[in-house]
Write a protein that binds this ligand. Structure first.
Ligand SMILES: Cc1cc2nc3c(=O)[nH]c(=O)nc-3n(C[C@H](O)[C@H](O)[C@H](O)COP(=O)(O)OP(=O)(O)OC[C@H]3O[C@@H](n4cnc5c(N)ncnc54)[C@H](O)[C@@H]3O)c2cc1C
Length: 275
């Protein structure tokens, strides 16, 4: 973990209200693992804001950030060459069992952010299926979408790397404007037999639906697929000093920033998770 002033290499709105920001951070780029995060000092706010690392190149890391409030608005307005204060890599990320071959990734909305780095790391050795659920087609991860000519949207996409070759991308939208209509969790059961491990990032309600599925499978003595999820709660220091992000789990109290943000879904007491 290192605190550094880094230059913004580019900052583009790639989906409505969602920015892709590349930052020159070679030390983090060479050491970060999928599911880990950084914190960014956003203007005058005392509390740094946490963001998953979304992609890496040899000298840069990318964040995929949604404008949620004043801190993220400030960050979304940074220009190329401006310097920002970042700290990381932080937390414990996703892990892949040595015997796992087929990985099922389930993203709800902006939850796609850490899963793209997992794909970047795992795609050469594993079969990957990615289900991305969003409210409407415009909120689906653009680099997976067919490109429709030299529009401005096409230009914006050029900063997002395409999904690794061989990844099966399954879009799901709540309004049915692209892919299947419904929620990501509606089609998840179709892939559970295939998957050796499941990785998810999305809202708590998505995790509740997944936990229900797991419970039903347990009751019916069906195959149980291990599932790791990246959890988001409000965070204080980001490195285990303030206990501000402590959550209660079946294995006792855990600090999200230090023991997570990735946990086994089965270990989380979802009813007690508050953002
Ligand atoms: C480990 C971790 C990784 C994250 N990765 C990403 C990412 O890759 N991309 C991304 O866009 N966001 C990510 N977030 C959420 C992001 O940190 C918050 O959206 C951000 O801190 C909000 O700051 P703000 O000042 O703009 O909003 P605030 O004014 O602080 O809050 C505005 C709204 O955002 C909600 N919010 C605040 N903090 C969080 C939080 N931690 N999680 C969810 N909602 C929150 C508030 O409840 C409120 O509704 C992550 C959070 C965590 C804990």
């Amino acid at each position: 973990m290192k605190q550094t002033l880094c230059s913004v290499a580019s900052n583009v709105e790639v989906m409505p209200g969602i920015h892709l920001m590349w930052i020159e951070a070679p030390n983090i780029a060479c050491s970060v693992l999928p599911g880990q995060f950084i914190t960014v000092r956003c203007g005058d706010f005392t509390l740094r804001r946490p963001f998953s690392v979304h992609q890496v190149s040899s000298r840069e890391i990318a964040l995929l950030l949604t404008v949620a409030g004043k801190g993220t608005l400030w960050l979304s307005q940074r220009q190329t060459s401006e310097r920002i204060d970042i700290l990381g890599p932080l937390g414990k990320g996703f892990s892949i069992e040595p015997e796992s071959r087929n990985l099922l990734l389930v993203a709800g909305g902006i939850g796609i952010a850490p899963l793209v780095l997992l794909m970047q790391y795992a795609s050469s050795q594993h079969q990957i299926t990615l289900i991305h659920g969003a409210s409407t087609a415009a909120q689906l991860y653009p680099s997976a979408m067919p490109k429709t000519g030299p529009s401005s949207a096409g230009k914006k996409r050029s900063k997002l790397s395409p999904l690794p070759k061989g990844v099966q991308f399954i879009p799901v939208t709540e309004d049915g404007s692209m892919g299947k209509k419904g929620m990501a969790t509606d089609i998840l059961p179709d892939f559970l037999d295939w998957a050796d491990q499941v990785y998810a990032c999305g809202p708590v309600d998505m995790y509740k639906a997944m936990a229900e599925m797991s419970l039903r499978a347990k009751r019916s003595n069906l195959k149980l697929t291990k599932c790791q999820v990246s959890l988001e709660v409000r965070m204080g220091c980001g490195f285990g000093a303030c206990y501000g992000c402590t959550i209660n789990t079946k294995k006792g109290l855990k600090q999200l920033c230090h023991d997570g943000p990735v946990f086994e879904l089965d270990d989380i007491i979802l009813q007690e998770v508050r953002i």
